[in-house]
Ligand binder design. Sequence first.
Ligand SMILES: [Zn+2]
Length: 71
Amino acid sequence: MVRTATCPICHQPLAKADGSIPDTMPFCCKRCQQADLYRWFAGKYAIVEDLAPDRLAQEMFQSEDQDVNPE
Ligand SMILES: [Zn+2]
């Protein structure tokens, strides 16, 4: 069963038509990545340990190939 991963900001599917994953995951694009960062700061440093992007990404895409650049 394939789980569809979606961007936590705009809720669009992360996977592109060819099945590849953007290197901005777990966000669909840099814009959403920055939006999340801004939201995080604006949220007065809310604790988000349970939503650590690295961990989420690992769980969501563990079946994908490994050449993703965490940047
Ligand atoms: Zn997005």
